[in-house]
Design a protein around this ligand. Structure first.
Ligand code: NAD
Ligand code: IPM
Ligand code: MN
Length: 359
């Protein structure tokens, strides 16, 4: 098949890990006789440096013309002045809004070979297999008013947590639909004991639940959920939650898998259009060293193939090759344990690409 994929490498380790994702997609194209064409566009800090805008119009056009988008990461200390009016992260929020990417699907899977890479005990994380479905285009990230002012209280700032019933309903439905193809359990996470937006969230979730009598359901308050993720992580199947709670809980959950460098994600709109990205950021502390773990991005390309291009066999081959890679004991530094000689970013991509061609 022919497919157009827009690449948004971004900042820090973004370009390093996206290069490995492209290597893997090229190997898939060669193996299965597909014709993937790539267009690279600017987002984030590099876009600010080159155009003054974290999301230039050409980037929006390039992503709208594509069948799918693969993103690295944005941001870094160079652009982190809290008083700056233009920031890399604005580019990411805007592309999510422009493409209508309201559902961010973040699977958390434990590779048996990494059972000792987590800081948690192997017997606690052994059976973990969950998906966090994070609302991505609403909540505190987008609510108005947002900003700061100088008034009688001195410096004051405001963010607004606002959700409409339609935004909640469509997100919760994504979770129930996913659960039907899995272990049939949905956990809805909110802060309904304090927040009005969470009480609406819970009310809508209970209404949607009526349409899925075959799926088990539980409500959890977000603070307790943060604890249960460490205490009984294997009990979770699908978690649905609002934007900021999902952001925080998924970084927490990444440590079940052993590293931020392991978690892929799909940001989905209505229909097949999607943007695929690792959940991690630009990792300024390791950028430019060639040691970032590209597996989260490589696993994101598998999600891209399965979800936006309807190529499940190709997706499965990538995932199986990652399995083999880890089972054979290869590691990047974020996963390596004492005494192991870790591989660099490009070596991991080479290994996976070669494994696909041989597979
Ligand atoms: P981060 O995810 O970039 O890094 C957190 C820690 O995890 C660091 O120690 C880093 O080295 C490590 N890490 C992350 N990805 C890794 C990988 N692939 N391999 C090995 N180690 C990895 O979070 P941060 O440091 O809080 O944020 C840095 C910048 O990234 C900020 O500007 C933030 O806004 C941005 N950010 C962007 C995205 C995105 O573009 N989607 C996501 C999160 C953070
Ligand atoms: C993520 C990141 C982003 C978010 C930032 C960089 C805007 O943390 O993709 O998880 O908070 O959504
Ligand atoms: Mn995040």
């Amino acid at each position: 098949m022919e497919a157009k994929i827009t690449l948004l490498p971004g900042d820090g380790i973004g370009p390093e890990v996206v290069a490995e994702g492209v290597k893997v997609l090229n190997a898939i194209a060669e193996k299965f006789n597909h014709d993937f064409s790539f267009e690279t566009a600017l987002i984030g800090g590099i876009a600010i440096d080159e155009t003054g805008n974290p999301l230039p119009d050409e980037t929006i056009v390039a992503t709208k013309n594509a069948d799918a988008v693969l993103l690295g990461a944005v941001g870094g200390p160079k652009w982190s002045d809290p008083t700056a009016s233009v920031r890399p992260e604005q580019g990411l929020l805007k592309i999510r809004k422009e493409l209508g990417l309201f559902a961010n699907v973040r699977p958390v899977k434990i590779y048996p070979a990494l059972a000792t890479a987590s800081t948690l005990k192997p017997e606690v994380i052994g059976a973990v297999d969950m998906v966090i479905v994070r609302e991505l285009t609403g909540g505190l990230y987008f609510g108005k008013p947002q900003g700061r002012e100088q008034n009688g209280n001195g410096r004051e700032a405001v963010d607004t947590l606002r959700y409409s019933e339609g935004e909640i309903e469509r997100l919760v439905r994504v979770g129930f639909e996913l659960a039907r193809g899995r272990r049939k359990k949905v956990t809805s996470v909110d802060k309904a004991n304090v927040l009005a937006s969470s009480r609406l969230w819970r009310e809508i979730a209970h209404e949607v639940r009526q349409d899925y009598p075959d799926v088990d359901y539980e409500d959890l308050l977000v603070d307790a959920c943060a604890m249960h993720l460490i205490r009984r992580p294997a009990d979770f199947d699908v978690i649905v939650t609002e934007n900021l709670f999902g952001d925080i809980l998924s970084d927490e959950a990444s440590m079940l898998a052993g590293s931020m460098g392991m978690l892929p994600s799909a940001s989905l709109a209505e229909g097949a259009k999607g943007l695929y990205e690792p959940i991690h950021g630009s990792a300024p502390d390791i950028a430019g060293k060639g040691i970032a773990n590209p597996l989260a991005t490589i696993l994101s390309t598998a999600m891209l193939l399965r979800t936006s291009l309807n190529l499940p066999e190709e997706a499965a081959l990538i995932e199986q090759t990652v399995d083999v890679f880890l089972a054979e004991g290869y590691r990047t530094p974020d996963l390596a344990y004492h005494g192991e000689q870790p591989l660099g970013t490009a070596e991991v991509g080479d290994f996976i690409a070669q494994g696909i061609l041989n597979g």
